[in-house]
Design a protein around this ligand. Structure first.
Ligand code: PMV
Length: 358
């Protein structure tokens, strides 16, 4: 007998950034964060998992070609172990209710997992977030786990921190939690995907090359060496979390944009404050910041914004704007960065169509 499930998961782009772990094994962050989940039209991970008593070992293929070595991949093992444990508990409970012979012992079967992204992997476009969210979500479907999305987020978090946020659509808060065992470090939805339909994200792929410093390595160097990060954790993020939540709930684009840009700037300032420094932005990224700043200045009204840039651990820009301004922004970007000269690709993506939502 062969059991199979397939699902897709979206990318999320943080507007209050996560950078730093207080526990590298459980992936517990040094600050809370907020993200927007993008629609799956352009960027998504897709995972198919098969379980069979005939499989001699558990195997995983990435992007249809590369077979990963699972034995030295502790994060994957943690996600597999945690979901398998829940399945075993569920099987025991079902056995009590309907008898062991009527329960499929999926928890004892090996798995064949195929995971693919329809966009560049590890290029700072949140591929690990959608990839691990998809893995954990598909496992929960295959195992028919009777648990909430927030509970599931604690497992996805152990694959890649930001993955916990991709389990929800819309606007998502990853509460850092305070407990040592990580039982309160979880994702919660601030507002659903249909809350702010006028908001769109424009993704500018400056480079699809694999990033030179992984987020895992980069953030721990920042934790060890950056005094600015400590200031950010203690004095900046707690207040920003409140203001950002409020801006989202009130659909206040000016406040949302201001906080998004300031938080991206401070995250990259922390990368520069790391010793030795980490450079994720390149000349094109910085030019995009200047163009968006000028575009915002063109309103002539301080505190009024028409677009907000943000950058993760790579040079690619995500520009949030209200739908009516997206054509202007595409014109601006294509004027200053003609694709043929700069190798810059861009596409617009309404953020809100995530179907795995509960
Ligand atoms: O979850 P990771 O290890 O891929 O780290 C993500 C870090 C940032 O993308 C830079 C910020 C964030 O909150 O997503």
């Amino acid at each position: 007998m062969l059991y199979e499930k397939t699902s897709t998961s979206p990318v999320n782009i943080a507007v209050i950034k996560y950078w730093g772990k207080r526990d590298t094994e459980l992936i517990l962050p040094t600050n809370s964060s907020i993200s927007v989940t993008l629609s799956q039209d352009q960027l998504q991970s897709k995972t198919t998992i098969r379980a069979s008593p005939k499989f001699t070992k558990t195997r995983l293929w990435l992007n249809n070609v590369e077979e990963l070595n699972l034995s030295n991949n502790a994060r994957l093992q943690n996600c597999l172990r945690a979901t398998k444990k829940l399945r075993k508990e569920y099987e025991d409970q079902l056995s009590d209710e309907i008898g062991r012979d009527n329960v499929i012992p999926l928890s004892t079967y090996n798995l064949h997992i195929c995971s693919e992204n329809n966009f560049p992997t590890a290029a700072g476009l949140a591929s690990s977030a959608s990839g691990f969210a998809c893995l954990v979500y598909t496992l929960s479907q295959l195992y028919e786990l009777p648990i909430s999305t927030t509970e599931l987020s604690k497992i996805a978090r152990q694959g890649s921190g930001s993955a916990c946020r991709s389990l929800f659509g819309g606007f998502v808060n990853w509460q850092m939690g305070t407990k040592q065992d990580g039982s309160d470090s979880q994702a919660l939805q601030i507002a659903s995907s249909d809350h702010w339909p006028e908001l769109e994200a424009l993704i500018c792929v400056v480079s699809d090359a694999k990033k030179s410093t992984s987020s895992t390595e980069g953030m721990q160097n920042t934790v060890k060496t950056s005094p600015l990060l400590q200031y950010r954790i203690n004095n900046v993020v707690p207040e920003r979390m409140k203001f950002m939540t409020d801006a989202i709930l009130r659909k206040d684009f000016n406040k949302f944009a201001e906080l998004t840009m300031k938080d991206s700037n401070q995250f990259h300032a922390c990368c520069l404050d790391t010793f030795p420094p980490i450079f994720y932005l390149n000349d094109i990224s910085r030019a995009i910041i200047r163009v968006i700043t000028e575009y915002n200045n063109s309103t002539g009204k301080p505190g009024e914004y028409k677009a907000a840039y943000t950058f993760d651990a790579g040079p690619n820009a995500v520009i949030y704007a209200l739908k009516q301004n997206i054509p202007d922004i595409i014109n601006l970007i294509s004027k200053y960065f003609p694709p043929s000269q700069n190798n810059l690709n861009y596409f617009s993506d309404p953020y809100n169509l995530f179907s795995n939502e509960s």
